[in-house]
Ligand binder design. Structure first.
Ligand SMILES: [Zn+2]
Length: 66
């Protein structure tokens, strides 16, 4: 995947929550949802991790949640 900011090739990896009961959560004003507990997502990844892409140049990480 190419970085949408600089066009550099991004590295594929995972964001993981470490520790028991840990969750990855997206928060916005008045809205929040857990990234690693959606049933559909848990089925395709191992619970506390979610796939993503990292740009070493921009220091940005892009996550997929579907
Ligand atoms: Zn970039």
């Amino acid at each position: 995947m190419k970085c949408p900011y600089c066009g550099n090739e991004m590295r594929e990896g995972k964001i993981c929550a470490i520790g028991s009961g840990a969750a990855l959560e997206w928060k916005e004003r008045g809205e929040a949802f857990r990234l690693n507990t959606e049933p559909k997502m848990v089925a395709v990844m191992n619970g506390d991790c979610t796939s993503g892409y990292r740009c070493e140049k921009c220091k940005k990480i892009i996550l997929e949640y579907e």
